[in-house]
Design a protein around this ligand. Structure first.
Ligand code: URP
Ligand code: ZN
Ligand code: ZN
Length: 461
């Protein structure tokens, strides 16, 4: 199959220019003006933007969590992602405490194989570190193409590791060329605030927010950067929400330290006033919680200052019935929200249209930087000869309204219901095949490939 995309405005992390792109098989073969290839299919991209396929490095598909499972599996989740222009996701494998990383890998391979429509990889969440797991970490990097290791500084008793385990993990990961990623909040502080609120009968979703104040994230982010400094390991803080945590990263630049940071679309757009809607606030119960307007200002600045390199989603949807498990107790509301589908469109609307970020910055944070940090560049994350033909033809001026009635995620509510966005994903190619056209997904379950990733370092960006 060959495809010729004519006259689009090609946008990469470094430039934008009008050009044609010729795709043959799975890859980009030529980029130039007035290309005259006899292709099987022609796409007229006049007045459209052409981006590299989005990479969302923070999703939870079919994940066992808080007594239930996230409601999107690999089929529905990657299909929804493609509709929005995200051609690849990185999901999280969770090691069961007391069990091996290899067993966890097998469990996630069963969830994804034959089901994924878009491309995917896994971060390995290390929830129980010891000498045997250290050997497995090396095998993950060398043999399995999994070079990122997720840690939790919260969710004690289920996912959290202590600082001693963290430091030992960092030493191995540094030696073999990986990156340690972290959910950086102070789990002990949060647990005692939750207990205090429950004892006082404060049980509504608002108290989820009030049990995770900014300082719990700022403190843990600072502690994580100190452990990285001590071990010299590459590190990546996921889902950063607030000014205090960003300042912890800003501070360590003064000792010449570099730490990668991700924020998510919801933290740039939504704020904690949503928790005042009684139980409806459960729609936005996630960890860390939504913050304040001043934090949004800090995060947008952090993106422009290069302190934040990636915008993901932390997509972890639950049906309303599942959220209701915590109707009488906020601590039983499954944490997470649906976001995988609209990241590219919302960031374009809120970021590019509103003049907060440039077009190349948009491509950097939605695709290129994730590909670099997680060892996939230049196969993924750019528009270049020889790269996978993961491409998004995007109409920058098309307006649309986000709704659960029209989205493709397996979730019966939208976190952005009724929101008007400007800019819409129109056509999506995944490895040279049409994935999305005229609002329809053309690919079948099983089309998505596991992408083996290379080693990484602090100097990839
Ligand atoms: O609320 C969230 N974020 N749920 C998913 C698990 C995590 O902490 O990322
Ligand atoms: Zn988290
Ligand atoms: Zn997450």
């Amino acid at each position: 199959m060959s495809i010729l995309i004519k006259n689009g405005c090609v946008v990469t992390a470094s430039e934008s220019y009008i050009a044609d792109i010729y795709v043959e098989g799975q890859q980009i073969v030529a980029i130039g003006q007035k290309l005259e290839y006899g292709a099987d299919k022609m796409i007229d991209a006049t007045n459209k933007l052409v981006f590299p396929g989005g990479i969302d490095p923070h999703v939870h598909l079919d994940m066992p969590f808080m007594g239930t499972h996230s409601s999107d599996d690999y089929e529905t989740g990657t299909r929804a992602a493609l509709h929005g222009g995200t051609t690849m996701v990185i999901d999280f494998i969770l090691q069961t405490q007391g069990d091996t990383l290899h067993n966890a890998l097998k469990t996630w391979q069963k969830k994804s194989k034959g089901k994924a429509i878009g491309d995917y990889s896994y971060h390995m969440a290390v929830t129980d570190f010891n000498d045997d797991v250290a050997k497995e970490v090396v095998q993950m990097i060398e043999d399995e193409g999994i070079s990122s290791f997720k840690t939790f500084m919260a969710y004690k008793g289920a996912l959290m590791i202590d600082d001693g385990q963290m430091v030992e993990l960092m030493k191995v990961v540094k030696e073999y060329g990986g990156v340690v990623t972290v959910h950086a909040t102070n789990g002990d502080m949060i647990d005692s605030l939750i207990a205090e609120n429950k004892a006082e009968g404060n049980l509504s979703p608002l108290y989820h927010y009030l049990s995770q104040p900014e300082i719990t994230e700022a403190e843990a982010s600072g502690r994580f950067t100190d452990m990285l400094y001590y071990t010299d390991c590459p590190g990546y803080i996921v889902h950063m929400t607030c000014e205090g945590a960003l300042n912890a990263v800003r501070r360590v630049t003064r000792r010449n330290q570099k730490v990668f940071v991700e924020t998510c679309m919801q933290y740039l757009m939504l704020d904690a006033s949503l928790y005042e809607k009684d139980f409806e606030g459960a729609k936005w119960v996630m960890s860390p919680p939504l913050r304040e307007k001043k934090d949004q200002i800090a995060l947008w600045s952090g993106i422009n200052q290069g302190l934040i390199q990636v915008v993901g989603t932390d997509h972890c949807p639950f049906m309303w019935k599942q959220k209701k498990m915590g109707e009488n107790d906020f601590s039983k509301i499954p944490n997470g929200h649906p976001g995988i589908e609209h990241r590219m469109e919302l960031l374009f609307s809120e970021g590019v249209h509103k003049g907060r970020i440039s077009l190349p910055k948009y491509v950097e944070v939605t695709s290129t930087n994730a590909a670099k940090i997680f060892g996939m560049y230049p196969r993924k994350g750019t528009i270049a000869i020889g790269s996978d033909a993961d491409l998004v033809v995007f109409d920058p001026n098309k307006e649309h309204v986000i709704s659960a009635k029209t989205h493709h995620m397996n979730c019966d509510y939208s976190a952005y219901e009724g929101h008007k966005a400007k800019g819409k994903t129109e056509t999506v190619l995944l490895r040279g095949e049409i994935a999305i056209e005229n609002g329809e997904c053309k690919l079948k379950p099983g089309h998505g490939q596991f992408i083996r990733r290379n080693k990484t370092s602090k100097t990839v960006i």
